[in-house]
Design a protein around this ligand. Structure first.
Ligand code: GLY
Ligand code: MN
Ligand code: MN
Length: 446
């Protein structure tokens, strides 16, 4: 299992970023810590752009990139070493570690940020800084800019162009390198194993949270950081709630279980959904809906290759799903009219996928102007069609109500097609019916 990228990977990324910055300067602050309750924080997760360029995962830090500075192109401002604080909050790299372990040309304590930033910003006309994410830090940057109109007038013009560093970094993040793909393959394999473990252990009478626990235990056991997003374990009609995360219900005989869960592995997300019958046998209605979604998903995956747009993939899914819904009598035909009118949206109300990487809904533009962007080699996307029949849906017979199915895989665009990173997670009807419950034990029985 590969979780770690080498320092060389980060150095090469910084070189590309510095080149693209040209005569500009970039300021990338660490993500702020977030309060969970009273005086306890959420577990800290560094900003993905900062991670991508520096590997530095501590809070209260700022990375500055100054390609035109004579000595310091990569500067880190960090929390200084503090043995007393470190006893409470954990180890810090400190200014020494920022240079030795993270390759900064120079590092300073955070307390010196305001005094030292002008040295890197003076004379630069373009500033890469993302406004609107951290109000307190925005104010610091604005004060620096204001100083060029007041106390620092003689130092030259204030930067007159502020732009989002994501314009550069997100394009870089969009196409994954072989090293990143090695990590993502490991993450997808760990996530697939967690899904398989949940299927095998499942039996009626378990609670959704027991499966959630087993899945997240498996992520950690295999070296992941934990879930990349809150795990969804929805049984029965809970499977029709797209972002159901309570995971509290007792799973009844005859239920479908929808599990949308992916590990964060070496900071890279995977994002997998599987849906299966807890008793090991689909009912005829469950199976009919499952087969429509599976057909749409397999077709969509088969279309993934450079040059195709995600919109075209979505349109193909809409056609297959709509024709399935018409055949099952859940909506009225003809298919073209049902697509035109959007009647399928009662049952399929989301898009077919998104980019995947350091963020589960990863960065990168989907359109260029009005035109959908073609896929390119190295992009990773999800393919995740689903059909959801609400439990109170009065336009269909009661036997269809409360059935929710989504099937989601992580798909790499290769030079001549695709590779399904998550293919180790079973999804064929016969495989699911064989695996579900195969390792259910007396310990989990109720
Ligand atoms: N798990 C979030 C998503 O599928 O987009
Ligand atoms: Mn997804
Ligand atoms: Mn998902």
């Amino acid at each position: 299992m590969t979780t770690k990228l080498t320092p060389e990977v980060f150095r090469a990324r910084r070189e590309r970023f510095l080149d693209a910055l040209g005569d500009g300067v970039a300021i990338l602050p660490a993500a702020p810590t977030r309060l969970r309750s009273n005086d306890s924080d959420h577990r800290y997760r560094a900003d993905s752009d900062v991670l991508y360029l520096t590997d530095f995962a501590e809070p209260e830090a700022v990375a500055v990139f100054a390609p035109k500075h004579p000595e310091h192109q990569f500067v880190l401002f960090v929390r200084p070493r503090d043995p007393e604080r470190e006893v409470w909050d954990g180890r810090r790299a400190g200014v020494e570690g920022a240079v030795l372990e993270y390759g900064a040309d120079v590092a300073f304590p955070m307390s010196e940020l305001d005094a030292r930033l002008p040295e890197y910003v003076d004379g630069r006309e373009r500033l890469a800084y993302r406004l609107g994410r951290d109000e307190a830090f925005d104010r610091r940057v604005i004060e620096l800019l204001m100083s060029y109109h007041t106390t620092r007038r003689a130092k030259g013009p204030a930067p007159h162009t502020i732009f989002d560093p994501g314009e550069i970094v997100h394009e870089m993040r969009l196409r994954k390198s072989p090293e990143e793909l090695a990590v993502m393959r490991s993450g997808a394999a760990a996530s697939a194993e967690a899904h398989r473990a949940a299927m095998a252990a499942a039996m009626p009478g378990m609670h959704e949270y027991e499966l959630e626990a087993l899945i997240e235990y498996t992520f950690r056991r295999l070296g992941g950081n934990g879930p990349a997003y809150p795990s969804i374990v929805g049984s029965g009609a809970n499977a029709t709630i797209l972002h159901y995360i309570e995971n509290t219900r007792r799973i009844e005989d005859g239920d479908l279980v929808l599990v949308d869960a992916g590990s964060e592995f070496g900071y890279y997300a995977s994002d997998i959904t599987r849906t299966w019958p807890v008793s090991g046998r689909f009912s005829s209605e469950q199976r009919a809906i499952y087969e429509v979604v599976l057909e749409a998903q397999l077709e969509a995956i088969s279309r993934v290759r450079p040059g195709v747009t995600q919109h075209e993939i979505h349109e193909g899914v809409v056609r297959t799903m709509t024709s399935g819904l018409v055949q099952l009598g859940l909506i009225d035909g003809p298919v073209d009219e049902a697509i035109e009118k959007g009647t399928y949206k009662t049952f399929y109300m989301h898009k077919t996928g998104h980019y995947l990487g350091l963020d589960v809904h990863d960065v990168g533009k989907y359109k260029s102007g009005d035109a959908w962007r073609p896929l390119e080699e190295g992009m990773v996307i999800t393919i995740e069609p689903g059909l959801y029949v609400a439990e109170d849906c009065e336009t269909v017979a009661p036997t269809w109500r409360g059935i929710g199915v989504r099937i989601e895989d992580d798909v790499l665009v290769t030079a001549d097609g695709h590779e399904v990173l998550s293919e180790a997670a079973p999804k064929l009807v016969a495989d699911l019916e064989r695996i579900v419950g195969s390792a259910a034990s007396a310990v989990t029985a109720r």
